[in-house]
Structures are given as C-alpha cells and as structure tokens.
Design a binder for this molecule. Structure first.
Ligand SMILES: CC(C)(CO)[C@@H](O)C(=O)NCCC(=O)O
Ligand code: NA
Length: 631
C-alpha cells in the first residue's frame, strides 16, 4: 500500500495546526515525563531500595488491588488503542464496541481459572508453570515466544504516537521516540515493578483525562449531545448487532464477542505482564479482586475511545478539513482532527499528547519489566542457581535497561504497515499470543498432554499462525471496505446482511488467508491443543501420578460434572486444586536425593519460617524440616 504523497504533505504542511502547538503544550508533555521519573526515583530510594529481585521484579508481593487493577488495564491499552479505536469507529461504525461483551468471560476465566493455579504455585514467571507441568524445554520455548511477541509489540507501541504526532504537528519524531524510550527505561530500571505499577496508575488517569477532554470539546463544538447523536445516526455509524456467522468477516458479534474472549485470555490469562501483576498482589483474593476491577475500567476505556470516534465523525462528517477520500485510512487522521478541534484552547493539545504518551509509557514499562523478569527467571537463573541476590538484582536492572534499548531499535524497524495500527497490534496478540495461550490450556486442562506434545503443538501452532498471518498481510484479504465518510448518504443495513450471508454460503472453499484476525487467538490456541493432544497420545500420554500436583485445573471434571464418578475419574483424572499444595526448591536436599526435580509437599506445618513437611520424590516418602530463606 503506498501512501499518496499529497495526503502525506497535506498532513505535514498544515501550518494552522503546527502554529497552535505552543510552549504550554510542550511543558505539559515534559511534566508527564518528569512526574514518571519522580515516581521511579521515589521507589528507588524508599522501601527496600530495589536491592532484591523479589522487590524489583515482584514488588515484594505486597500490592493491593486498586493499583494492580489500574496497572492491568494500562498494560495493553496503548496509544495504538487511543488512536486506532476512534479511527475504526469513524470509518466502520460502532461494531467494534461489541468487543466489550468479550470482557465478561475474558476476565472471569482468568480470575477463577488462571489466577488460582498460577498464584498457588508461588511462581515468579508464568513460564515456570510450563516447567512444573511439562519440562525445561517447554518452558524455554514458551519464554522465547513471549519475548518475540513483546519485542515486536513494544516497537509498534513506542513508534505509533510519535509517528502520528509528527505527521500532523511536526512534533519531533525521533526526539519523541527517544524521550519516551529513555525516560521509561530509566524509571523502570530505577524503581522496579512498584514504580511501573504506580506510574501506570498515574498514567491511566492522564489517559482518561485526555480522552474525556477531547470528547467534551468535540461535543461542545458540534452543538451538543443530541446533535452528535443525530449526525452519527444519519451517517449510519451506529451499527446493529451483526450476527453473520462468516468467519472471514472482520468484525461481527461472533468474531468480537467470542474470538475476543480468546484474545482477552491470551492477554489477561497467561501473558507475563499481567501474570506478574497478579503474583505481586499480597493475597490470592486481592489478585482476583483486581481482575474483577479491571472490568469497569476497561469498559470505560473502550467507551471513551468509541465515543471519541463518534464525536469526531459528528464534528467532521461532510466537512473534512482536507481531501477526505484517502483520509480515513490513516491513524494520523485522529490526531489531525483532535489537534484541529483543540487548537486555540491552550494546554489541551498538550493534555492529549500527554494522554497518548501516558498510554505508550505504561505499556512499554510493563513490557520492559516483564521481559527482564522472564529473561532472568527463565533463561539465566536456572543456569546459575548459586547467584547472589545482589548480583541477580543488578543483572535484572541491566536487562530492563537493555530491553529499553531494544525497544528503540524496534521503533526504528516499525514502519507504518499498510493496515491500521490497531489491526497490527491485535494480529500480533493473536498470532503469537494465541499459541502461548494454547500451550497453557493444554497443560492446565488436559492431564494426558506430555512434553513432546506441548513442544510439537506450539511449533505447529506458530507455523500455522504465521502462514495465515503473513499470507493475509501479503494478499491483503482480511478487511472490509470502510463505510463512505459522507454523512449525508444513508444505507439500509437490513439488506446488506442477507447479501453477505449469501456470499458466505456460496464461498465453499473458504480461504484461510481471509480468516478474520479476531479469530487468530482462538484458532491458534485450538491448533496447539489439538496437535498437542494427538502427539501426546501417540507418544504415550502422561499418567496422573506423574503430573505435578497443583498444575492441573479440573476443567473437564467441572464441565462433565453430571457423569457418574467412575467414568468422570477415568475421563478427567483430576487432582483437585488444593490450597496446601506448594512446589518448593530446596537445595540441601540434593545430598539426600538424586533427582530432586519435582519435590512437592503434602500436609505441612509452618511456624516462623520453619516448615515441617512430608516430601515425596521418586516414590519415597520422607519427613523433613527446613528453614525458608525466602518465601
Ligand atoms: C486489548 C484490548 C482489545 C482490550 O480492550 C484493547 O485494549 C485494544 O484494542 N488494544 C490494542 C492494542 C494497544 O492498545 O496497544
Ligand atoms: Na498503556
């Protein structure tokens, strides 16, 4: 897709907008960066002063639910959503809003399935789970896949706001990229997870404030709420529930509300950035509660960006300030409209810029910290079990900083990729996050799955996902034509549904390339599970007694609760999720036992960091007492 140069110049050269980006606005942007640095500095100098990995990476497992929940929504709500969602609503109507339906199951399942399993295992990294359940190899494959996903995503996140702003206002492009990347690296490296979570809280509030300001000004300029409503209604932007079952249709109720659940699970269920926040909560209850509290905030974030798209449409329909034929393809459009609306209102353009960069900062800081955590816990620590705490913390800081620099390099590599940035981000989540979700589901819900099955499943899932994902980018087939931007023409939406349904029926050979990207997570998750199970059964399924207790969620047992007990046991082989199952690593045991690989403890007593427990390894039962160094 080539950008028509006259559009690019129309955006860049508009002097009326550049002129109104004043010193006040630059100052507000600088204040945002300074405040974030301040929070980083505070956590570098207070509490335990970031001298242990427990504090630096896990926030001492002491967080309460409110900051955790605001931080959870900040992780995957970046400038991509702030710019991309209004552009989507402006061009295609409100269909995308139905993704809000996916938030129900997309948060209930993490709260009641993933959090209990992961929290009770007392992990530091989500991928530790994969080793407990399968093997070291699976853990490393999972970790590398996650690193790949976050590194690409990070590039898109930091580049998008800088690029869009630069195109419209002449805001220094690489200056903005460098400022966000470096500031974020510094406060993440200084203040650890506590700083990341508390800056997220502050930045989320700035993000909401900026969007709200644009909406209020936009509604005012359009002539009130009823006028906005009349224009978007006449412009046919209020979409009816689209129940078209065609899986190649980009956004329908099914792709958004059902496919979206899997997207949400891959982000809120198993993504390290989020799991780390759950694990940093002081109790399991607090973690579950924070997940519940994400629901209203995420609905608010979605509503704000959808309403912003509608207000923009009402304000500009039929009178776009520049050539409107190509305008609706580009994310710069949103910035252009916002800057046009806010000009002459000192400080507000700056607030919106702060909103964009808050969204970006809170996402990349989560990425840096989670990447440092997995690199440390999954790739480095297992090879150096005797590493001192001071050295491990220093190394974690170096890692957080290195990923900051990687992020800048990725921003260089991210060029505007034809499609909208929102689609690019959601495609990355589906293509790489989907197979990871599949790997966790395979482990948690299917006790028969073995390590060979898991690795093969993940490999196949990633290959298929890249085949479809890259195929769709090359053939450019996933996408529908936007509605015409002209608000005066009205459409009869009743007729269009029957037409598309007919074409779906006649299209017998369904092209894989045109699968809606909203199905990527679900499809790739299922590929991994199906291939994983087939290979596991071929190579000898896992036996119940070999599975580490506490790593299985009795999903099948719950789903088939109506079956007679004997049959159920055979089908599901469930180890109930116990409150008292812990997995520990005790180094002094190596003198007594040859393979202390999977040691687990059954009924135990704990008093003052000394635990007495019954330990079972290689079918030998021993009673032991030990002192816990860190808990
Ligand atoms: C992750 C969802 C879908 C949750 O609503 C949303 O935040 C979104 O569309 N995010 C796009 C990616 C981004 O903002 O970076
Ligand atoms: Na964010």
């Amino acid at each position: 897709l080539t950008v028509p140069s006259r559009i690019a110049t129309a955006f860049t050269m508009d002097p009326s907008i550049q002129k109104h980006f004043t010193v006040v606005d630059y100052v507000i942007f600088a204040v945002l960066l300074a405040a974030s640095m301040g929070i980083g500095l505070y956590y570098a100098l207070s509490g335990g002063r970031q001298r242990t990995t427990q504090e630096f990476l896990m926030a001492d497992r002491s967080m309460r639910c409110l900051p955790v929940s605001l931080s959870l929504i900040a992780s995957f709500q970046s400038a991509v959503a702030i710019i991309g969602v209004p552009a989507e609503i402006y061009t295609h109507g409100t269909q995308y809003w139905f993704i809000g339906c996916a938030y129900v199951l997309g948060l209930l399942i993490p709260a009641h399935v993933f959090i209990p399993v992961l929290y009770r295992l007392r992990l530091s990294s989500a991928y530790q789970y994969l080793e407990l359940r399968f093997s070291k190899a699976v853990r490393i494959c999972g970790t590398l896949t996650f690193i790949f996903q976050m590194v690409i995503y990070m590039g898109v996140c930091v580049y998008t706001p800088a690029f869009a702003l630069n195109a419209v206002t002449g805001f220094e492009l690489w200056g903005a990229v460098l400022a966000t990347g470096l500031v974020c690296t510094v406060y993440t490296t200084m203040g650890g997870l506590k700083a990341v979570i508390w800056t997220d809280v502050f930045q989320t509030i700035v993000m909401f404030a900026g969007q709200l300001a644009v909406i209020v000004v936009g509604v005012h300029q359009t002539g009130g709420v009823s006028e906005v409503w009349r224009k978007v209604w006449e412009g046919n932007r209020i979409s009816a529930l689209d129940l078209n079952p065609d899986p190649t249709e980009r956004h329908t109720f099914w792709t958004l509300a059902v496919g979206g659940v899997f997207l949400m699970l891959s982000l809120y269920g198993v993504n390290q950035a989020q799991v780390q926040r759950y694990l940093s909560a002081r109790t399991e209850k607090e973690a579950v509660r924070s997940c519940y509290m994400v629901f209203p905030s995420l609905q608010l974030a979605l509503a704000l960006s959808c309403v912003m798209g509608l207000v923009m449409f009402a304000r500009y329909c039929g009178e776009d300030p520049s050539d409107n034929i190509f305008l609706y393809i580009y994310p710069q459009m949103v910035i252009y409209f916002v800057m046009d609306m806010l000009q002459g209102l000192p400080g507000l353009p700056g607030l919106f810029v702060a909103c964009l960069f808050s969204a970006a900062l809170s996402t990349i800081s989560s990425a840096f910290n989670s990447l440092a955590t997995v690199t440390m816990e999954d790739l480095i620590k297992p090879h150096f079990p005797a590493m001192s705490e001071a050295r491990a913390t220093l190394l974690s800081k170096v890692l957080a900083m290195s990923y900051g620099l990687v992020c800048l390099a990725m921003a260089y590599l991210t060029h505007l990729m034809g499609d909208s940035v929102l689609q690019v981000a959601l495609k990355i989540f589906g293509m790489v996050g989907g197979p990871i979700l599949g790997l966790f589901c395979l482990g948690m819900f299917f006790p028969w799955a073995n390590s060979v099955g898991a690795v093969t499943g993940l490999g196949t899932g990633l290959s298929v996902s890249f085949w479809i994902g890259i195929g769709s980018i090359i053939s450019h087939s996933s996408g529908t034509k936007p509605l015409p931007p002209d608000c005066s023409s009205s459409f009869l939406s009743g007729n269009t549904t029957t037409v598309t349904q007919l074409s779906a029926l006649s299209n017998v050979t369904l092209s894989f390339y045109s699968l809606s990207y909203m199905w990527y997570s679900a499809f790739n998750c299922f590929t991994v599970i199906v291939i994983g199970l087939i290979i596991s059964f071929l190579t000898g399924p896992m036996k119940e007694q070999d599975v580490t207790p506490g790593t299985i969620y009795p999903l099948l047992g719950t789903l088939f609760g109506f079956l007679p007990a004997r049959l159920k046991k055979k089908l599901c082989c469930v180890t109930p999720l116990g409150q008292t199952v812990f997995v520990i690593k005790v180094f002094h045991l190596e003198q007594h036992l040859h393979q202390p690989d999977k040691i687990f403890i059954a009924p135990f007593t704990i008093s003052h960091k000394i635990i007495t427990y019954v330990c079972k390894t290689n079918d030998i039962l021993i009673t032991l007492t030990c002192t816990l160094a860190c808990w």
